[in-house]
Design a protein around this ligand. Structure first.
Ligand code: SAM
Length: 445
């Protein structure tokens, strides 16, 4: 049984396993590497992945260290080439053995300039081959629904205390973005974690999505850790063959979480039915998160949670922004400043500008610095004597210090802006617990 490449990819790529081809910084293509020998889909080399940077026979992608840079190959289109490209096949039919010589293993020099035997127009590109991670999968997965993005799920997973050994109930599975992140969080395959059996118990109502996801779980080697069930959880709840999955964490990404919540009580069953099996762990506190785009959904969810005895209810919205902080340069209109070409037209203009800058700097540094909100700053003495003649390096130093600190927002990171509702369901205190406690700590005794 092969461990999922998401959990333990090993050092090198292998056949019948998922790998990620990185074309550029944010462009990832998931590929199932195939060991097929002989003609495949018309290619004499076996399986080939075509990208905008050229063709990559899988023979060049297999058994290389993760992170390797791989050069594109001239591929032998075999029968397909002969069929479709009559007249140009001779050119296209390079000897297939040459393909393997195109591996520039382990990014030796970090450039694309390794020499290969095939310097032909359609084989000049390269890619990097990366092991799959939930983060990369989230950005490259085939979207079947809205998905939960990394900024949200990283926060959610720590708030619901997902860790090796946790059993998470998840509904609906959707495109499996959250599933992949959560399975890694609860994975118990590391040495010493043998006894902690973490798993993800996932439910999906849409049949087509269910089948696609089922195949993905299998292809990604996650079948031992993710149980996917085709079910309407509003109606039929979260038991597996009538038995409790004994979950201690729950994540609901559903249009109406309040419809599912009545199944997630200590007694299980909807509408006050008594003594049904609960899908929750009987002896563990349960942490839940529901994920909803509208505040009306949040209100109904919170109300239902309160009604069903959940505590510590809290709503959070993750607003993920990347701030780029820099100090503005004082009057230094360098050639490409914010994309505008400001270069002086001639030496005279350059000298004029420098004189202007010098003058402005003298004025600025003669004043006390007041770049904070701090009111006490008024008493502060100028840092330097304005009368003192400064040489160019000294001036430059002050130019740097005197620029205002500015922050600019980088283009927004993709994140499904939803409201996150968190709550906790404490362990139920039973009559037996009370009796045991009284025996151990007798009242008045
Ligand atoms: N969290 C997923 C991800 O990260 O890829 C996306 C979930 S998607 C927004 C919501 C999913 O819930 C849809 O696939 C939908 O079919 C499923 N769903 C809706 N109602 C359901 C129900 N009653 N029972 C089970 N699944 C349901």
């Amino acid at each position: 049984h092969q461990v999922s490449p998401f959990l333990d990819p090993g050092r090198r790529t292998k056949a019948d396993s998922l790998a990620i081809l990185q074309l550029s910084r944010d462009d990832f293509v998931p590929v199932y590497l195939q060991s097929t020998v002989g003609e495949h889909d018309g290619y004499a080399e076996g399986a080939v992945t075509n990208t905008r940077f050229g063709s990559f026979p899988h023979s060049t992608l297999l058994n290389v260290p993760w992170g390797s840079q791989i050069r594109a190959s001239k591929v032998d289109t075999g029968s397909r080439g002969r069929k479709r490209k009559r007249g140009v096949t001779e050119e296209a039919d390079g000897p297939s053995s040459e393909a393997t010589e195109n591996v520039v293993a382990e990014k030796e020099d970090g450039t694309a300039n390794g020499t290969t035997k095939q310097a032909v127009a359609d084989s000049s590109g390269f890619i990097h081959i990366l092991p799959p991670t939930p983060e990369i999968w989230t950005t490259s997965l085939p979207h079947r629904t809205q998905v939960v993005y990394t900024p949200d799920y990283s926060y959610i997973l720590q708030r619901i205390r997902a860790r090796p050994g946790t059993t998470i109930i998840e509904a609906g599975a959707g495109s499996g973005s959250f599933t992949h992140a959560s399975v890694r969080a609860v994975y118990n395959g590391y040495p010493g974690d043998g006894k902690r059996k973490g798993k993800v118990v996932s439910f999906e109502f849409n049949e087509e999505r269910y089948h696609k996801m089922k195949k993905e779980i299998l292809d990604h080697g996650l079948e031992g850790l993710v149980t996917l069930t085709h079910r309407d959880v509003y109606r039929d709840g979260f038991l597996l063959d009538g038995k409790s999955p004994e979950a201690d964490a729950v994540f609901l990404d559903l249009p109406a979480p309040w419809e599912a919540l009545p199944h997630l009580t200590r007694r299980g069953g909807k509408d006050g039915e008594t003594e049904r099996v609960s899908p929750l762990h009987p002896k563990k506190t349960v942490h839940i998160c529901t994920f909803s785009p509208c505040i009306e959904q949040v209100t109904r969810t919170v109300s239902t949670l309160r009604h069903l005895g959940w505590v510590d209810i809290e709503m959070v919205e993750i607003a993920h922004r990347k701030l780029h902080t820099l100090r503005e340069r004082v009057g230094l209109n360098l050639p490409v400043d914010r994309g505008v070409n400001n270069s002086p037209r001639d030496v005279e203009e350059a000298l004029g500008r420098l004189a202007e800058i010098e003058e402005r700097l003298r004025e600025t540094i003669a004043r006390p610095r007041t770049d904070g909100d701090d009111e006490d700053m008024e008493d502060e003495k100028p840092a330097v004597d304005a009368e003192k003649k400064m040489d160019a390096p000294e001036l430059l130093k002050y130019m740097w210090q005197d620029g205002r600190l500015v922050t600019r927002m980088e283009p927004e990171i993709k994140s499904h802006t939803s409201y996150l509702v968190f709550a906790v369901l404490p362990v139920e205190w039973t009559a037996e617990d009370e009796a045991a406690a009284l025996e151990k700590y007798p009242v008045g005794g």
